[in-house]
Design a protein around this ligand. Structure first.
Ligand code: GLN
Length: 545
């Protein structure tokens, strides 16, 4: 039976609960514990797959094809926890299950209510996290989305209250993450909102064991610590100050210095092994002390939400640290290439170009122009999902002289649908959970840059898309455009093209899958790593003539 840690948030959203949960997971692993991670999200969407990433942040995909909240990306990058459909549960998912059971008559004529039926369903999902292959979990860390006091999160908090009671006398640990605003006129951090938020939590019947105070650039002083301890009924040593630190991989080290993992183990009544954080410290050190600098352009439609491509940004950071360089990763709006600006002038000073995932036709023509420049100029290029589709459309148009080639996503009537739907995707009406999702086996081609990057013949990478490379154009693209198919997914009669390269180009790889979802600071993803390596090599050649 695992021990349970619950992470709640107070005062405002975006206080960094996800990173706190992930950091604690990482620290407990460093003590020899096996952890499981879970996020409970209080919105009605059955999963975040149908939510706009430009508002909500990226949709993170697991091996088994769950479309999940971006906090699971933090769990993946900080811990070794196995993430799956079980790791992210929403209010919509809970209600969906309860309503289906009601329709099947499983409640035996009872009135179906929030308490006990919804709360029972929540508790059963929490228990389910650590069954089957995860039954040897030592600690399960459950993050509750939203902020204490929200109407939406009430059923989750009530379920946790019951869960704690049911587990008694086995202790659980509740960590409340809050914000202490700094008031300039008073020259101090204010504890009142935290007091209120903890009061709201205690009203529900949950007493936090540890309070983590986000304090922006300020230090948490002894006075505030004393006040919070007294008003919130928590011992002073369990009040942890979490000042902003950079990079994010330094956060667990900061929390460790203040005793977060020791405190959590004490509350849970468990003893860990001696801790060794050398590897993690080395990561932070490498990020902080780069030996070189390069510039990479991300060409895409303007999005204005940093979290929309969270995993790609992090994969670039991991690739940068593997190459001991700092990457200035800059966003280049592709729509400007449709309005007079040229890729030549805007991209020439960059050492590499990335075209990332996306949906919808805005900015597509501009991306195709950028892809042409990248192919012809020999700039290192990484295409991810839509980025691969763009590269293929560009080559079909310009090397095969089929100027109307397109993806049927953008032009359903194109005479040359070089990217199109497989028959099983045609006629699908439901948008939720119906794309090609999750990890697929990919067989790599010998003597390609892809094979060299991975160092293996068979890899598994995660997908999230509807459209595919159309094999009808494969032979001509190989013969006339220099396209190299460097990875395929074999399936019966029909193989799916998963990754392509370009003959004679210094470094050009574009994958239909999303390599960013498997990148971690301890194991930088091979394609991202070699892309940055090629960009750095280009920069060095330029510098030294
Ligand atoms: N819109 C494209 C598709 O559905 C690409 C999706 C993506 O980039 N994730 O196939």
């Amino acid at each position: 039976m695992p021990k349970y840690v619950f992470v709640t948030g107070g005062v405002v959203s975006s206080v960094g609960k996800g990173i706190v949960a992930a950091s604690l997971g990482m620290l407990l692993e460093s003590r020899g514990f096996k952890v499981a991670m879970m996020k409970l999200d209080p919105y009605i969407n059955v999963d975040p797959g149908t939510m706009n990433p430009y508002e909500h942040g990226e949709v993170f995909v697991t091996d088994d094809g769950a479309e999940t909240d971006l906090d699971l990306g933090h769990y993946q990058r900080f811990t070794h926890a196995k993430l799956s459909q079980k790791s992210n549960v929403t209010t919509g998912g809970i209600y969906n299950a309860v309503i289906q059971k009601e329709r099947r008559g499983e409640y035996l004529g009872k009135t179906v209510q929030v308490i006990p039926h919804i709360t029972d369903e929540i508790k059963s999902r929490i228990r389910m996290l650590t069954t089957e292959s995860e039954s040897d979990t030592d600690v399960a860390i459950i993050e509750i989305g939203g902020t204490v006091g929200d109407i939406e999160s009430l059923p989750f908090l009530e379920a946790i209250r019951q869960f704690r009671l049911e587990l008694y006398p086995t202790p659980c640990c509740t960590i409340h993450v809050t914000l202490l605003p700094y008031i300039d006129a008073a020259g101090e951090l204010k504890t009142k909102p935290t007091q209120h938020s903890v009061r709201a939590l205690r009203d529900i019947g949950i007493q936090p064991d540890i309070i983590i105070c986000r304090t922006g650039p300020h230090n948490l002083g002894p006075d505030q610590r004393r006040k919070i301890a007294m008003f919130c009924n928590v011992t002073e040593d369990a009040i942890i100050g979490a000042k902003d630190v950079s990079p994010i991989y330094a956060i667990p080290l900061n929390l460790n210095t203040q005793g977060l993992d020791t405190m959590a183990m004490r509350v849970l009544g468990i003893e860990g092994q001696p801790q060794d954080l050398t590897e993690w410290r080395a990561i932070v050190e490498k990020i902080l002390k780069p030996e070189h600098e390069i510039r990479i352009a991300a060409v895409g439609k303007y999005v204005g939400h940093d979290d929309a491509y969270k995993s790609i940004n992090e994969a670039i950071t991991h690739a940068a640290l593997a190459n001991r360089c700092k990457v200035h990763y800059e966003w280049i709006d592709s729509e400007q290439f449709e309005n007079g600006a040229t890729p030549e002038e805007k991209l020439k000073d960059y050492d590499g170009v990335l075209i990332g995932p996306g949906f919808g036709s805005r900015g597509i023509e501009g991306k195709i122009k950028a892809a042409r420049y990248v192919r012809q100029s020999g700039k290192p290029f990484l295409g991810v999902c839509l980025g691969m589709q763009i590269a293929v459309i560009e080559m079909t148009r310009n090397c095969l002289n089929l100027p109307q080639a397109n993806s049927t996503e953008f032009d359903p009537a194109t005479p040359d649908p070089v990217i199109s739907l497989l028959s099983e995707q045609r006629g699908i009406q439901d948008m939720g959970g119906t794309m090609r999702l999750g990890a697929y086996r990919c067989q790599l081609t010998p003597d390609t840059k892809t094979r060299e990057a991975y160092g293996e013949d068979i890899i598994y990478e995660r997908h999230r898309h509807r459209y595919e490379f159309n094999n009808a154009y494969r032979e001509r693209l190989e013969k006339e455009a220099g396209l190299v198919i460097s990875g395929i997914h074999p399936r019966g009669d029909h193989e799916l093209v998963e990754i392509v390269e370009l003959k004679g180009h210094p470094w050009f790889c574009a994958s239909q899958f999303h390599p960013e979802f498997t990148s971690t600071p301890l194991r930088p993803q091979p394609l991202f790593r070699d892309f940055v390596k090629a960009a750095l090599a280009g920069r060095m050649r330029e510098k030294h003539g």
